[in-house]
Design a protein around this ligand. Sequence first.
Ligand code: NAI
Ligand code: MG
Length: 350
Amino acid sequence: MKTYRIATVPGDGIGQEIVPLGVKVLQKAAQAFGFNLQFDFYPWGAGYYQEHGDFMPADGIETLKSYDAIYFGAVGLPSVDDTLPAMLYTFKVRTSLEQYVNYRPVRLLPGYDAPLRNKGPEQIDFIVIRENNEGEFVQNGKIQYGDKPYGFATETNLFTRAGIERIAHYSFQLARKRRKRLTNVTKSNTLIYTLAYWDRVIAEVATQYPDVEYRQMYVDNAAASFVLRPEVFDVVLTTNMIGDILSDLGGAIMGSLGLGPSGNINPEKNFPSMFEPIHGSAPDIAGQGIANPVGQIWSGALMLEHLGEQAAADAIVKAIEKVIASGLHTVDLGGNASSQDLTEAIIAQL
Ligand code: NAI
Ligand code: MG
């Protein structure tokens, strides 16, 4: 029987509660579909930093490299400097392991009152592809004379032709498998160097996919359109920061940040990919057992899909849909079910 080795990093806050629940669902799916999952847990994150001075040990990235995939919760604690989690964990992993695709489905599940009352599952079904290694988040800058009246800060975006081309090809190929529509969300009317270059390279790649309908949209319009006419979107290709913001808006129109899944993907499979919900460690609700586990569980389904276990992945998504449609909802969706209740119901469906 095939065995996949999964590095499991619950992280902080609700990550510690919902990652073990996601693991239970994945174990059940593996058992039902005839493969093995070996989960090795690593206690990394902001809590680990408080004891050890770093978010992971010095050989942490090397450790991750030996796995088939990484199953991750979220990092960050109110008591730890919040400029550290991205630098010392999330972006470190995403760039070291060349996970240049951030794959974020936005889909309305039937069965609850979502914020866009006049839109149904037919109208909200698209994927945000966020460039995940470059752009606004390369953390290239400095703060000087910070406490002086003449203090200043600077931070430079970075876009490479190779980086834009690879995310563009990934997105057009994805669009081909879907409704063949790609929207490049940009802001090249004001970021006239970096995003104008981004647009130019994407438009060049677009000529290689004449069967995919290509358009460009400014992010301000795109934000409004997510709410007013989400049905125009199929694959949304965008930059690191724009994608970060828009995919939380995507989570919101789904009804809760707690629903959204994501994959940080290295498509060539030279390195393991990492799967995590779109939300953070939610310290405001941590420790109460009420976090919505759906985004975490759905991220597990994306992981199985990436590993090639499509049937098991589909079964998990179907189980989530059935449970949500049955009316069993956590607090964020207006119900009173616990994280555990949701998980058990999803396992029962499998
Ligand atoms: P957040 O996503 O943790 O929480 C935002 C709001 O959504 C909160 O009111 C929270 O209760 C709610 N929420 C989030 N997930 C939920 C779930 N599963 N069920 C029900 N409600 C849920 O974002 P916030 O508050 O901006 O950040 C908190 C910490 O998380 C910070 O330290 C931040 O740096 C970190 N963070 C980490 C990420 C990662 O590890 N990839 C991503 C985003 C934030
Ligand atoms: Mg985010």
